[in-house]
Design a protein around this ligand. Structure first.
Ligand code: SAM
Ligand code: SF4
Length: 450
């Protein structure tokens, strides 16, 4: 999401006549897109801001801060940045910089709230991140996002489809739809029904969106319907999406992925813990059984599914037994990848009132242990790919090697004299580690299901 926001910030600055530089020492304006998910990222901004403030004593430099910021951090950063602004107010940036007109002498748009309609300056010529919603209504007890990004608001489908169509027309090969919870896309639109018979088995629906007043948009649709629309845009391209909340993953969505030729087989489904007690304390709204049943269903309908997840280790009250349950789940489900985070208290979240009682040393040990178990399952999965042929989209080439990703988002490297960046090719997998594959190029190819 930050990557995509940065592309929109770039557009606004370009329109004001600024040019991008890769050298910090050459910059006379720096914009930081903050991430508040863990304290470490916030600390890094403090370090940089101190350095830039020393530079400001020697030469002119403007520093701006936006992105995900907690109220408490905003106050702390007030003195160390020239301006702090919410990303949703990106259109006011020219005013902050005392420039009311762009370099093309275009007046500022009056629709100030909708920063998504700023056309981003894409950093890649073949891969694009498209935000489909902002904010999150889930309120996981540990998470800063609902506080920093606010309530979930879906972007009108016609805007998304228009942006994708243009990208495909310009030869883009991979479209990644992004949202904190893409599965609930469109539930805030008038006329979109939410149908989840399987939910009642585990939890009551506490989701306030069902009763909240809804937005009126043209052609309202839910996430599977949006995927279908994009699938039907003519062209050779892949569709990826992040992130799915397990509680909101519908059969309709699984079926759409299973039948699609363009939606790739990688699904990131964050579980966070293998213990029901911890899941409840995290307010994740599902039990371990729900998650396991969901994975079984996905693997049944999408046999080539590549499943990654997120875990938090050392959450408040996580005992050795709770952690063992997480290890057991990783062993059993053999994820292809997992983003493992050591719990970090976020001020203002409900979990900040709980005791952060797992020591830093213990969190680190649990992180290492879970990574070790994860790598065994992932190695097993990757070994099964040896001698298979995979379609790969190549992302970069250097010194006779090219790196890309498979349909299922596995990293793969091949030898190649030619620069094949931005192209699809068929690769025969020759060897595998837990986190990457090596292979030999067969021939150029069109995207297809593996
Ligand atoms: N919306 C996605 C979801 O439902 O998981 C991901 C959003 S969150 C920004 C990305 C990941 O950061 C989460 O899945 C979680 O594992 C991790 N995370 C969030 N808050 C955290 C915290 N306070 N401490 C450690 N990890 C955290
Ligand atoms: Fe945070 Fe939970 Fe929303 Fe993901 S679903 S952004 S973890 S509140």
């Amino acid at each position: 999401m930050n990557y995509s926001d940065a592309e929109r910030v770039q557009t606004v600055l370009n329109d004001l006549g600024y040019k991008q530089t890769q050298q910090e020492s050459q910059a006379d304006l720096i914009v930081v897109l903050a991430c508040s998910v863990r304290q470490k990222a916030v600390d890094r901004i403090h370090g940089r801001a101190n350095r830039w403030n020393k530079v400001k004593k020697k030469r002119s430099l403007i520093t701006l801060l936006t992105g995900c910021l907690l109220k408490t951090d905003r106050k702390l950063f007030d003195k160390s940045f020239d301006h702090i602004f919410p990303i949703t107010e990106l259109k006011l940036l020219p005013q902050l910089l005392n420039k009311n007109r762009t370099k093309n002498n275009k007046a500022l748009s009056s629709d100030l709230d909708n920063y998504f309609d700023i056309k981003p300056q894409y950093n890649s010529k073949f891969q694009a991140f498209i935000p489909i919603s902002r904010g999150c209504n889930k309120h996981c007890s540990y998470c800063a996002v609902p506080l920093t990004r606010g309530k979930e608001v879906s972007r009108p489908p016609n805007d998304i489809i228009k942006e994708v169509r243009q990208l495909i027309k310009n030869g883009y090969k991979e479209i990644t739809l992004v949202g904190q919870n893409v599965n609930s896309y469109g539930w805030d639109f008038q006329g979109v029904a939410i149908n989840f018979p399987q939910r009642k088995v585990y939890y009551h629906d506490k989701d306030k969106r069902v009763t909240a007043s809804k937005l009126t948009v043209k052609n309202p649709m839910n996430f599977p319907q949006l995927l279908n629309k994009i699938e039907n845009i003519p062209g050779k391209f892949w569709i990826r999406f992040i992130t799915s909340h397990p509680y909101d993953m519908s059969d309709e969505l699984i079926n759409v992925i299973a039948q699609s030729k363009k939606i790739t087989s990688h699904i990131n489904l964050p579980v966070q813990s293998g213990s029901d007690k911890i899941l409840q304390s995290m307010n994740r709204q599902y039990a371990v059984k729900h998650f396991k049943d969901l994975i079984t269903k996905i693997r049944k309908h999408i046999p080539n599914a590549v499943i990654s997840t997120d875990f938090i280790v050392g959450f408040c009250g996580e005992t050795r037994k709770d952690f063992k349950d997480s290890c057991q789940l990783v062993k059993e489900l053999k994820f292809d990848m997992a983003f493992i985070s050591q719990y970090s208290t976020r001020p203002g979240t409900p979990a900040a009132n709980l005791k952060d009682n797992v020591s830093i040393k213990e969190k680190r040990l649990r992180d290492q242990k879970l990574t070790e178990i994860l790598s065994q399952g992932s190695q097993e999965n990757n070994n099964k790919l040896i001698n298979t042929e995979q379609t790969v989209l190549f992302e970069k080439c250097s010194k006779g090697y090219c790196d890309g990703k498979t349909y299922g988002l596995k990293n793969i490297r091949v030898k190649s004299d030619k620069d094949i960046t931005g192209l699809f090719a068929t690769v025969k997998v020759t060897s595998a580690t837990a986190w990457s594959l090596k292979g030999a190029l067969k021939k150029r190819s069109s995207p297809s299901k593996q």
